[in-house]
Write a protein that binds this ligand. Structure first.
Ligand code: HPA
Length: 281
């Protein structure tokens, strides 16, 4: 159950950012990185690691999804002087969170001086050219959740609710990711991401419809985070790990166990990509 409402949002941001600011101390994270299903290991490999559980941040909900640890992890990328503030796990709508609950940690990170958001997830590939185990850089997105975190009075008191969404994924950050992927030999595709509510997977008919809309990948997160970040002027990069072909694409039926297995085998190239990107920020 969420405690966060439109009425207490500004108070929640003020209270929550105090706790997060104290946790960050004199560190200067160059990016906030939301680590999706099975992608936690990147944060485990950081140096001088410290953790803050979501439950210790006022008004923040805890993660309940498999493979989502539900904590902030602050650390330094090995071999560099760059610190990053990770979320090991995120909040999804399908867990019962509101779009506002999902936006809150993004706004908290921004309040604490983080101005680049890298959001990552596991996704199904609608584009038949993509392969399981590839990464996909988001070039654009379709919000098919039916909700938006900027609905209500309070978001408009933080910044204008009418957020331009051209280039919601920052072109300069995308260039960095493509360059790092090429130099570090990581299979990085590019495509349009479609975020929906879940938690049931899609039907083949839905996937055919999304394909006709121009979507290349699909999953149950990210879009609310991107909207919240753009609302306060953060620059955003989005990366999916293709854990499966979307329903009906190759006859397979997506399931959570197979997805987590694929994510487990892709930790190393994911860390290689993320470390390279952070070093180049
Ligand atoms: N559909 C929705 N969400 C997902 C998928 C998918 O195929 N794969 C990983 N998350």
């Amino acid at each position: 159950m969420s405690l966060l409402t439109d009425d207490n949002l500004l108070y929640a941001i003020s209270e929550g950012s105090q706790v997060l600011r104290e946790f960050i101390g004199d560190a200067k994270p160059v990016a906030g990185i939301i680590l999706g299903s099975g992608l936690n290991a990147f944060a485990d490999g950081l140096e001088d690691l410290r953790f803050l559980h979501f439950g210790n941040v006022p008004f923040m909900n805890v993660s309940t999804a498999t493979g989502h640890r539900g904590r902030f992890a602050l650390g330094r990328v090995p071999g560099t002087d760059r610190q990053v503030l990770c979320m090991q796990g995120r909040l999804h709508k399908y867990e019962g969170n509101s779009a506002l609950d999902i936006a809150l940690p993004v706004w908290l990170m921004h309040e604490c001086g983080v101005d680049v958001l890298i959001t990552t997830n596991a996704a199904g590939a609608i584009n038949p050219e993509f392969n399981v185990g590839d990464f996909c850089l988001m070039t654009d997105m379709i919000n098919f959740t039916g909700q938006n975190p900027l609905v209500g009075r309070s978001p408009d008191l933080i910044a204008s609710r009418f957020v331009p969404m051209l280039n919601c994924f920052d072109p300069a950050l995308r260039e960095i990711a493509l360059d790092v992927a090429e130099r570090r030999d990581v299979a990085l595709r590019q495509g349009v991401y479609l975020g929906l509510l879940g938690p049931s997977f899609e039907t083949p008919a839905e996937i055919r419809m999304f394909a006709s809309w121009g979507a290349d990948t699909v999953a149950m997160s990210v879009v609310e985070e991107v909207i919240a970040a753009r609302h306060v002027g953060m620059r955003v990069m989005g990366v999916s790990l293709i854990t499966n072909m979307a329903c009906g694409i190759d006859g397979s039926d997506p399931n959570e166990d197979d997805m987590m297995d694929v994510a487990g085998t892709c930790e190393e190239p994911f860390a290689r990509l993320m470390r390279g990107v952070v070093a180049a920020l």
